[in-house]
Design a protein around this ligand. Structure first.
Ligand SMILES: [Zn+2]
Length: 445
């Protein structure tokens, strides 16, 4: 296939070919090209069922950007497929402009053994969505982790350590043992869910009388139990471990400005540390419990409006490495329970780029940095060396966007959970189409 007259976010016009899924002949154009056999990018029928593989698409100066990679998702499959499965996840990802994901280990069975990795990989492969998996670690598999992470036949980009208890029994806090059990030459990323369990337990005891309410505003207690201090404490310990172990450490979903500053400080010392931010920590604060209650319960939880504003500022300054949605769908029937029983996690992947553009609009984040945080940097961190950039030799992954108001509605959600905390949000771009290795995987109606 060939794309002509595409425009990038800087306003440059460009063209490229995708041959056997790979980008070639990328050229910045000085003039508008005209090809007599070209198909209009708005010709839905031709794009959906290209008669020949050498289709030429005239982008008509529409915006084409690299497809995103969402390196923090919960596919829920195997085992929790009432909430989501790999097919619905794939649909959502492509709708959001995402062509590859990194899936978290808290499925059933948890992704902690060779058999569980292979089982999940087989299901994932059938969906057509490109993926890597994060291996879970616990007392039960610590002695196998090194062998699994270094097995070339297993699609594992990272080890996920739930330093605080977030989901089930997946928890590990013996960092000394973890450091010793990994071979020196294992360069795989160690991803941390960073909340200090001792602090959470102390707060839990203190506020236990307040967790049996179902009233929206009472969900605020969730942010008191998992307060910012518990995140600061564990992130400090983890970053110190990065120093002593020399491992590449990635802090998942940072929710507080202080953690971003800590990561920056360690990075400045030359350490291979990075962090990600999820849209919900930038677009909601504890003020939103009143309106949304269980629909904005997640771990780590929402922070005060002041902390959220400071986190936004840091994102605008380019201090955070990547965006990742922490897409974690639950059914509404599960969510609408008392605080203690309502599961943590919210869906988001199908709005990936529209949410990111909203955040950029609010923070002044540059186009260049927006694309880095959504596509090229996640690709680099998680080992997708031919993704995240529109460049010769890279996979033909790209997204057609329009700068127009996109009203988010629950009725249009494609995640199996059937709702979104962003219902009613006006987002600044609409995804018109997504291509993965030159194949059109999503077209907007
Ligand atoms: Zn998560």
């Amino acid at each position: 296939m060939r794309i002509i007259n595409a425009r990038n976010l800087d306003g440059d016009k460009f063209s490229f070919d995708v041959h056997q899924g790979v980008i070639q002949n990328l050229k910045i154009q000085s003039e508008t090209l005209s090809e007599p056999n070209a198909t209009s990018i708005s010709n839905r029928a031709a794009l959906e069922n290209p008669k020949q593989t050498d289709i030429i698409i005239d982008a008509e100066q529409e915006l084409i950007i690299p497809a995103a990679l969402d390196m923090h998702v919960h596919s829920r499959s195997p085992g929790l497929t009432a909430k989501e499965d790999w097919n619905s996840l794939a649909k959502g990802a492509w709708r959001g402009g995402v062509v590859a994901v990194a899936d978290m280990p808290n499925t059933i069975p948890p992704t902690m053994t060779r058999a569980a990795v292979l089982e999940k990989a087989e299901i994932a492969r059938a969906s057509g969505l490109e993926f890597t998996l994060q291996l879970g670690v616990g007392a039960g598999n610590i002695n196998q982790v090194a062998e699994l992470l270094t097995s070339p036949d297993l699609p594992l980009a990272a080890l996920k350590v739930f330093y605080g208890r977030s989901t089930g029994d997946l928890m590990y806090d013996d960092l000394n043992k973890l450091g010793k059990s990994l071979p020196r030459d294992c360069k795989k990323l160690i991803v941390f869910h960073s909340e200090d369990q001792c602090g959470v337990d102390v707060n839990q005891a203190k506020y236990s009388g307040r967790t049996h309410s179902r009233a929206n505003r009472d969900f605020e207690v969730h942010s008191l139990i998992r307060d910012s201090a518990t995140a600061h404490a564990s992130t400090k310990i983890i970053l110190e471990w990065a120093v002593s172990s020399g491992r590449p450490v990635h802090i998942a979903h940072v929710s507080t400005p202080l953690e971003v500053e800590m990561v920056q400080a360690y990075k400045a010392k030359g350490l291979p540390v990075s962090c990600e931010v999820a849209p919900h920590h930038l677009l909601f604060s504890t003020d939103d419990y009143e309106r949304l209650g269980p629909l904005v319960k997640m771990n780590p939880p929402l922070r005060s409006r002041a902390e959220k504003e400071d986190l936004l500022k840091l994102v605008g300054q380019g201090a955070v490495d990547i965006f990742a949605t922490d897409h974690a769908p639950h059914l509404l029937s599960e969510k609408h329970q008392e605080v203690a029983k309502s599961p943590s996690g919210v869906p988001a992947i199908e709005f990936f780029y529209p949410l990111v553009f909203k955040i950029a609009e609010m923070t002044g984040l540059s186009h260049h940095r927006l694309l880095e945080m959504s596509a090229s940097r996640p690709a680099e961190l998680f080992g997708f060396d031919k993704k995240g950039t529109i460049a010769n030799g890279f996979d033909g992954d790209f997204v057609w966007i329009k700068r127009e108001n996109f009203l988010v509605r629950n009725e249009e959600v494609v995640s199996k959970c059937g709702w979104t905390p962003y219902d009613g949000f006006n987002l600044p771009i609409k995804i018109m189409g997504t291509w993965n290795r030159g194949k059109c995987v999503f077209l907007s109606k």
